[in-house]
Design a protein around this ligand. Sequence first.
Ligand SMILES: Nc1ncnc2c1ncn2[C@@H]1O[C@H](COP(=O)(O)OP(=O)(O)OP(=O)(O)O)[C@@H](O)[C@H]1O
Ligand SMILES: Nc1nc2c(ncn2[C@@H]2O[C@H](COP(=O)(O)O)[C@@H](O)[C@H]2O)c(=O)[nH]1
Length: 209
Amino acid sequence: MSAPMETIKRRGLMLVLSSPSGAGKTTIARRVLDEDPGIAASISHTTRARRPGEVDGRDYHFIDKQTFTKMRDEKAFLEWALVFDNFYGTTRAPWTKTLADGRDVLFDVDWQGADSLREQANDDVVSVFVLPPTAGALEKRLKARAQDSDDVVARRMAGASNEIQHWTAYDYVLVNFDVDQSVAAVHAVLAAERLKRTRPAWTGSCRGC
Ligand SMILES: Nc1ncnc2c1ncn2[C@@H]1O[C@H](COP(=O)(O)OP(=O)(O)OP(=O)(O)O)[C@@H](O)[C@H]1O
Ligand SMILES: Nc1nc2c(ncn2[C@@H]2O[C@H](COP(=O)(O)O)[C@@H](O)[C@H]2O)c(=O)[nH]1
């Protein structure tokens, strides 16, 4: 054997979750992050107003348009997009080191963000598209969340089919009937992807062989 198992160092992966607004990806993401210490969250910056219960620095970094534009012009974002009239962006900051250290990172971004991350880091990206069971269920969830005005819910429903059109670009697709089952499915994706032959990087030093 030319290289014993302990010399294998796995590179971290970028788990990208997308869905039409309200399908449940934030709910699933929070559970996965709570239950798996091996994955960290990318906290996006946004110009959207904070919803009741959202915490700055935990759910998002809430910033004004001027600050967002300045950060964008200074190339602070790995990717950014305009979604439902608000800007959202993923900062470049520490992900390079996190991935090199073998830690995984979860990105909750729309299809534009997913495309951009694939363009820049295709080998590291594992993408999962979350579908609602039906359009009716999606509307019910958006309304039950009770955090957006009727107008905003209507705009998000109107944008759902555009978002859904992009599901074929994703590695995995799951229909979020039940949160527990969906969380288990994402854990299964992570477990399999972490074992992929193509993912480990050799450290180069062969101790004891
Ligand atoms: N499987 C499910 N069954 C019923 N309700 C669900 C399910 N999954 C999530 N929900 C509920 O649906 C609502 C929307 O979920 P969530 O905020 O996670 O959606 P999202 O996809 O992250 O939306 P957005 O893109 O707008 O951030 C929440 O009230 C959540 O509790
Ligand atoms: N391209 C990006 N999309 C992002 C980012 N952060 C969140 N999002 C997406 O925006 C919509 C709306 O989110 P909401 O919290 O206002 O409901 C949703 O699809 C998110 O996935 C980002 O940094 N880049």
